[in-house]
Ligand binder design. Structure first.
Ligand code: HAM
Length: 448
């Protein structure tokens, strides 16, 4: 009790101090580095992308899951891997009041698996197919296409089999989504990293490690460290001088066991049956520990160095690792920020949303009529701008144009008394007289 009271007082003092220094410097608040505000009209593009994802994923039988954005730190440590950059360097972690360690989610696959176990979803008709859309948090160095709060659109298939058709269908779904959005230059790369049993990945990693030891002196500090912590990640290096060295390292394809080899060949065949074009990339190992067998990434145009717009793969052991029953799993996550950037670079920018009708009203009676008209039109799905205070008609028409309105409805007390209103088409300046019912009919008929 004493401790918590003291820490409360301490934190109250800290808040007061920072407030005082803030007022003294008169600085203005700004979004924290690596975070940003998404504003109209750009948010219209975000909404269109998300609606398209929902539509496409629904046609493949996926339902939406909305897990919390913070979870026990241990969940991510165990699922993603304690030695990964994501867990060891990039998580936003805090001690909660009950002193349990909590982290903002850096990704959502771990949460979906936790939810699968918690809700006994293995009792549902299998496989369970779930998708999610939402913010993730990683303390990375911000740059174009890389943020500390970013958004993912992801999907997971849990509790099915390891049938290669499942891998291929998941990939087909994300490619269908990108096609629907006309994402420029979408390029799919695939690989198989085998499974974690003897003579497959473990055997390969041992060989890779000893090959790396021999060239250790020629590698940079990061790769040298990874020889110990996660040798597979050396294959991911983008450093120019390491490329010719990496090209000589043993390749996993030559070390896959027969089962993994057959699985990989069947995934490729299944992709071909679906008309999905792919490129094989033996260096595609991914930065999270839970993967086995199929891994894939999709890049897109216009993104510079951060051009991976989607990453995914199979993770058959993960649910069990988190305390659940043996469960097959596969999924992907799309970086929505990068997807939007690529669409914008390709010129797919939404125009500023205008209004259908601007009501230019003058006078007490006209105001009451304008409020009623706005309500009727809006309930018919027509967008209406109703100025809160009276404006001269000239000013009102100016503002109607600025807001990109299609029509101005001119309502003075005379119009209201006569029951005959004036509707002006702003594009050509023509005017017509309409009664209240005629107005609604006209606008419905002339909808885009
Ligand atoms: P990931 O490769 O870490 O995989 O992230 C997926 C995608 O999220 C990346 O390809 C990228 O587009 C985007 N992304 C990652 N970090 C950032 C960032 N700092 N700023 C902007 N975008 C970013 C996963 O998260 C796995 N959970 C995917 C998965 C689902 N695997 C199986 N199921």
């Amino acid at each position: 009790m004493f401790l918590s009271l003291r820490s409360c007082k301490a934190s109250a003092c800290a808040v007061k101090e920072s407030l005082l220094s803030f007022m003294a410097t008169k600085s203005r608040f700004q979004a924290i580095r690596g975070t940003r505000d998404l504003l109209p009209p750009e948010t219209a593009l975000w909404n269109r992308v998300e609606e398209t994802a929902r539509e496409v994923f629904c046609t493949f039988g996926f339902g939406e899951i909305r897990p919390p954005i913070f979870e026990p730190t241990e969940l991510f440590a165990r699922a993603v891997g304690g030695d990964t950059d994501i867990v060891s360097k990039e998580m936003y972690t805090f001690e909660d009041r009950d002193e349990s360690s909590t982290s903002l989610r850096p990704e959502a696959t771990a949460s979906v698996c936790r939810a699968y176990i918690e809700h006994g979803m293995q009792q549902l008709p299998l496989p369970v197919k779930l998708y999610y859309i939402g913010p993730m948090f990683r303390r990375e160095r911000p740059q174009k296409g890389r943020y500390r709060q970013f958004y993912q659109i992801g999907a997971e298939v849990l509790g099915g089999s390891d049938a290669p058709a499942i891998d291929a269908e998941v990939i087909e779904m994300v490619m269908t989504f990108f096609d629907r959005l006309q994402l420029p230059g979408a390029q799919l790369e695939i690989n198989s990293i085998g499974h974690n049993a003897d003579n497959c990945r473990r055997g390969y990693v041992t060989q890779l490690k000893s090959a790396l030891e021999k060239v250790k002196d020629k590698l940079g500090a990061d790769s040298q460290r990874r020889i110990e912590t996660n040798p597979l990640r050396v294959l991911d290096s983008k450093l120019e001088h390491e490329q010719p060295i990496i090209a000589t390292l043993p390749k996993i394809a030559d070390h896959l066991c027969d089962e993994c080899k057959t699985h990989y060949a069947a995934v490729k065949h299944q992709l071909e049956m679906r008309g999905v074009l792919y490129r094989e990339n033996w260096r595609l190992v991914r930065g999270l520990d839970y993967y086995m067998r199929t891994t894939f990434e999709i890049t897109a145009a216009g993104l510079g160095s951060q051009n991976a717009v989607c990453g995914g793969g199979r993770y058959d052991g993960l649910v069990e690792l988190l305390g659940g029953p043996p469960t097959k799993g596969i999924g992907f996550a799309i970086g929505e920020d990068r997807l939007i950037l690529s669409l914008q670079e390709a010129g797919k920018v939404p125009t500023v949303a205008g209004r259908d009708v601007y009501i230019a009203w003058m006078g007490e009676h006209a105001h009451a009529t304008a409020i009623r008209a706005a309500k009727t039109l809006r309930s018919a799905g027509i967008s209406v701008e109703l100025p809160p205070t009276e404006q001269k008609f000239g000013k009102a028409l100016e503002r109607a144009s600025k807001l990109n309105s299609r029509y101005a409805l001119i309502l003075g007390d005379n119009e209201v008394a006569e029951g005959s209103w004036t509707l002006k088409t702003l594009a050509d300046g023509t005017q017509q007289k309409v009664t209240e019912p005629e107005l609604l009919e006209f606008l419905k008929r002339h909808r885009d």
